[in-house]
Write a protein that binds this ligand. Structure first.
Ligand SMILES: Cc1cc2nc3c(=O)[nH]c(=O)nc-3n(C[C@H](O)[C@H](O)[C@H](O)COP(=O)(O)OP(=O)(O)OC[C@H]3O[C@@H](n4cnc5c(N)ncnc54)[C@H](O)[C@@H]3O)c2cc1C
Ligand code: SF4
Length: 494
């Protein structure tokens, strides 16, 4: 039992965050964690509930409530409080492959479901997690875990995002020989070329990849499976294959003028910026640039926010972000009670920065684009935007957002970034392996299982569950590894 009165004695304290107007001058992470002694007090705030919703990870009203990895949250919080950092690291490692990623980018489903969040501020479990793993690295406790015995079985993992990496780590530690194939020049999936450096410094990713290499995982970059190597060849060379290729089919905005220049998908834009940063510190000039441009971001979600933060850093003249749905309420509605995920207004780092620079929130709700207009060089110059209103579709009975006649406005837009979500897996990979798909073009398996319709071929992550979160990708990778291990050995201890 932790400190029984901790939540009464200590206020929640968070890492110090650099001011928006200062942090936009660089692409580095901008949070300074609390000193360890202060973090211990944050651990003391945990009430060690008898029914800890924080570690549940169950679906409530269609959204996850609590940690999908079932991290042993009250136990690790208590170990933080008592300063048993090594034990905290060992306990966290039981359920988690990469706490250094989630403790930077996770929306902290654990905290949303924390009992303290019912009528106060939740325990800072995400920052406790960061303190545990970063202290463990500093103390040299995070060492390669090389298997003592190899099983002689070979597994190919296609895709090096968090799901592929988690599966590879688990299977390699079990003694199987794992090769990860990645079509990009660097390992990491969207951790590398999606999530910007200021949210997840790429050195953090490199540190883990070096460990995995030392553990014996083989990485092959620049290999596009289904193009550079066939599915048949892979199936011949390996005992099992895991498809962890993500959901990289972006949803397009098919309106007149879409063919204009300077209209990009969000990940195309964000990855060009990170690649240029990593290759040359931007000296190569290869990043798609927002400098001096009126930027229009289509999509009000997290990816859109990353585009806003990046465009602001590049020196955009203005940034507008369109969201189709109505503005969420500031407080939880009675129809969305704790411990459900709170559907409330969130102002993320990029939006905060845009507010600091331009004096107003970049988001315009219930609005979409109707048309793009181009200049004489064929590049986008303006966008016609239109307001939307909810209306019931007579056939399906579903609520749709439909344009309001006469509400059109023309705005300047010299760089357009489409962050309107993803539609599922890419056809050439699933065609190559001939896997069955669900109607959303995610790879089909039986519920809560990972083997595809093709024997010996498994799947995990966004490619399986659709566009999601890093924490879910890690869970899927670990569970797929378990199934693969069982299918190879007849039992599993993963
Ligand atoms: C811009 C952006 C920001 C995000 N921010 C967050 C965040 O802050 N927090 C959060 O929790 N989630 C975030 N997400 C979601 C999160 O990144 C994904 O849910 C997660 O990365 C999915 O992991 P994955 O391993 O399934 O796939 P991915 O990370 O997409 O990795 C798939 C990999 O497979 C490779 N690949 C595909 N096809 C082939 C092939 N044929 N051959 C070889 N390699 C192939 C791809 O190149 C890619 O590297 C964000 C997503 C985006 C787009
Ligand atoms: S992985 Fe995410 S949800 Fe799970 S404990 Fe960490 S911050 Fe919370």
């Amino acid at each position: 039992m932790g400190k029984a009165t901790g939540f009464l004695e200590y206020e929640r304290k968070n890492a110090a965050v650099e001011e928006p107007l200062k942090r936009i001058r660089h692409f580095n992470e901008f949070r300074t964690p609390l000193p360890l002694e202060e973090q211990q007090k944050q651990g003391a705030r945990c009430m060690e509930c008898g029914v800890p919703f924080c570690q549940n990870g169950a679906m409530l009203a269609g959204m996850a409530s609590g940690c999908p990895l079932h991290n042993l949250v009250p136990e690790t919080n208590d170990l933080v409080y008592s300063g048993n950092w090594k034990q905290a690291y060992e306990r966290l490692s039981k359920t988690h492959s990469f706490p250094e990623f989630t403790s930077r980018v996770c929306p902290a489903l654990c905290e949303a479901a924390c009992t303290c969040n019912l009528n106060g501020k939740p325990v800072s479990t995400k920052e406790n997690e960061r303190a545990i793993i970063e202290h463990a690295y500093e103390m040299g406790w995070v060492q390669p875990q090389t298997p003592k015995i190899r099983t002689g079985k070979k597994v190919a993992v296609i895709g090096s995002g968090p799901s592929g990496l988690a599966a590879a780590q688990q299977l390699n530690r079990r003694g199987h020989s794992v090769t990860v194939f990645e079509r990009h020049d660097r390992i990491g999936g969207l951790l590398r070329y999606g999530i910007p450096n200021m949210k997840l410094d790429k050195k953090i990713l490199d540190r883990r990849i070096e460990l995995m290499k030392a553990e014996g995982v083989e990485f092959k970059t620049g290999v596009d499976v289904g193009k550079d190597i066939t599915a048949e060849e892979l199936k011949k060379q390996f005992d099992r294959v895991i498809l962890a290729c993500g959901a990289s089919n972006p949803r397009d905005i098919n309106v007149p003028g879409r063919e204009s220049g300077n209209i990009y998908f969000a990940v195309e834009y964000l990855s060009s910026v990170t690649k240029s940063l990593l290759d040359s510190g931007f000296a190569d000039g290869k990043a798609i640039s927002a400098k001096g441009k009126h930027v229009l971001v289509i999509g009000g979600g997290d990816t859109g926010n990353d585009c806003v933060g990046t465009a602001v850093r590049q020196g955009a003249k203005s940034v507008t972000q369109l969201e189709m749905m109505p503005k969420p309420s500031v407080e939880r509605l009675p129809s969305n009670p704790w411990p459900e995920w709170p559907k409330v207004l969130k102002t993320d780092y990029g939006q905060e920065e845009a507010i600091a620079v331009f004096g107003q929130d970049p988001r315009i709700y219930k609005t979409t684009v109707k048309e793009f207009q181009k200049d004489k060089n064929g590049n986008v110059k303006k966008a016609v935007i239109v307001s939307l209103e909810p209306k019931k579709d007579e056939k399906s009975g579903r609520m749709m957002m439909v344009p309001v006649e006469g509400s059109e406005k023309v705005i300047d837009a010299q760089l357009v970034l489409i962050a309107a979500g993803f539609l599922g897996s890419q056809k050439y990979v699933t065609d190559a392996f001939k896997t069955d798909l669900n109607p959303r073009t995610n790879v089909l398996t039986k519920p809560d299982e990972y083997e595809t319709s093709v024997p010996g071929v498994f799947t995990a992550g966004d490619m399986h569950r659709g566009q999601s979160l890093v924490v879910w990708a890690i869970r899927e990778g670990r569970e797929a590894a378990r199934e693969v291990d069982k299918s190879l050995m007849g039992y599993t201890n993963l």
